[in-house]
Design a protein around this ligand. Structure first.
Ligand SMILES: Nc1nc2c(ncn2[C@@H]2O[C@H](COP(=O)(O)OP(=O)(O)O)[C@@H](O)[C@H]2O)c(=O)[nH]1
Ligand SMILES: [Mg+2]
Length: 378
């Protein structure tokens, strides 16, 4: 039964509830963002929050309206600072209710990708090593356990070979390395494409767990041969049958690919970073090209979940690339966000194009490194 005070201007007031809730928004920079909802009753006290804090209404930027049961918030001239989680809170003396929505602001595209896989595959499949000593470019994948190193190799093979197969064993989400040996993978597409990818055991936090940094440094120098079983306790020693005594330029690694997860960059422990820095330092001394593949982009940004084509418009990806650059000391233009095949079995053109774009940008620099080394030795 309603009391006199439960009645406002003739209409019965009830506990606040939403008739319609806020919807997620995705807008371009400079556009207007409009969040609106409808409540079941009038006369409510309404507050707006952004990322859990009361929204301070800025003149010529925010317009908050409450018209009967309709509530709205307009944000004018959207920029990256407007991105976030917006909540509307309703209150009257009978109770409270709230609902939230994500606002994503697409930045101006800062790196362009040619989203046409046939053209990119065609140009890469023509790639040849124009060098007497080195017939193939060697890439080594290195990084924390579970970062997606083996998945990168499976994705690259799928892109070129036109079908997805788990050739390189991938771990179920776990903290122990599924890759135990030094594995070599070649790429085929109407013949062999002269790109070779070496998979390694993952880096672990503890001193005597995971791959040893001295083993990776030896692999970069070409001392380790295929199928070597990594031993976390002891590095490979001269005299081991899989230790190559006098590696030539074609046995060496021409590009170090550091692999890290986009959604875990801020959470990377110092121990991982220190081990990765040690390897990077050695690679720098040798003059080897170093890049970073930032995997799991689909988990790092909701914009990407819907379409990979937003990758270079995403604030989250941009921020993660910057964080990654600061942590590992790699320039942002050597960092490539990529998405691996992990749950899907059908190939996707955008996934392929993003990986192809990264390779297209890296290959010429790796080739240049080979040319520089061969001129130095002749
Ligand atoms: N969502 C998502 N999962 C991924 C991606 N790349 C790898 N994974 C998953 O992450 C886990 C670890 O991958 P794996 O390649 O074995 O990592 P590695 O230890 O570095 O070789 C596997 O369960 C993969 O399916 C990605 O781009 N997106
Ligand atoms: Mg692996």
């Amino acid at each position: 039964m309603l009391s006199y005070t439960d009645s406002v201007m003739g209409s019965a007031q009830s506990k606040p509830e939403f008739i319609t809730v806020l919807g997620d928004k995705q807008v371009g920079i400079g556009k207007e963002i409009s969040l609106s909802c409808e409540t079941n009753t009038e006369g409510l006290k309404v507050t707006w929050e952004k990322d859990g804090e009361k929204l301070i209404c800025v003149q010529d930027k925010h317009i908050m309206k409450q018209d009967g049961t309709k509530c709205s918030l307009k944000i004018l001239n959207a920029d990256e600072r407007d991105e976030g989680n917006y909540t509307i809170k309703l209150k009257n003396k009978l109770g409270t209710d709230s609902c939230s929505a994500m606002v994503l602001v697409e930045l101006k595209e800062w790196r362009t990708v040619q989203w046409k896989q046939n053209a990119m595959v065609d140009s890469l499949k023509e790639f040849k090593m124009d060098n007497d000593q080195v017939r193939e470019l060697n890439f080594l994948l290195f990084g924390p356990v579970g970062a997606g190193k083996s998945s990168v190799i499976n994705t690259i093979k799928a892109v070129f070979e036109g079908r997805y197969c788990v050739i390189c064993p991938v771990a179920a989400q776990s903290t122990k390395s599924n890759t135990k040996t030094y594995e070599k993978y070649s790429i085929r597409r109407e013949g062999v494409i002269p790109l070779v990818f070496y998979d390694t055991m993952g880096v672990e936090k503890q001193e005597s767990a995971g791959v040893r940094t001295d083993d990776i440094i030896n692999a970069l120098k070409g001392h380790i041969t295929e199928d070597y079983a990594f031993n976390p306790i002891l590095q490979i020693l001269e005299g081991n049958p899989q230790y190559r005594m006098n590696p030539s330029l074609c046995d060496r690694i021409h590009c170090l690919v550091n692999v890290v997860r986009a959604d875990k960059i801020a959470l990377m422990d110092e121990e991982y970073i220190n081990k990765m820095k040690k390897v990077r330092e050695a690679a720098r001394t040798m003059g080897i090209l170093q890049v970073v593949f930032m995997t799991d982009v689909d988990l790092a940004c909701p914009l990407i979940k819907d379409s990979l084509r937003y990758i270079y418009r995403s604030r989250k990806i941009k921020e993660n690339m910057q964080k990654c650059s600061n942590l590992l000391g790699v320039p942002v233009n050597c960092i490539f966000p990529v998405k691996n095949y992990h749950e899907e079995t059908d190939l996707n053109e955008d996934t392929n194009c993003l990986m192809l774009d990264a390779l297209k940008r890296i290959i010429p620099s790796a080739q240049e490194y080979v040319v520089k080394c061969s001129t130095n030795t002749t």
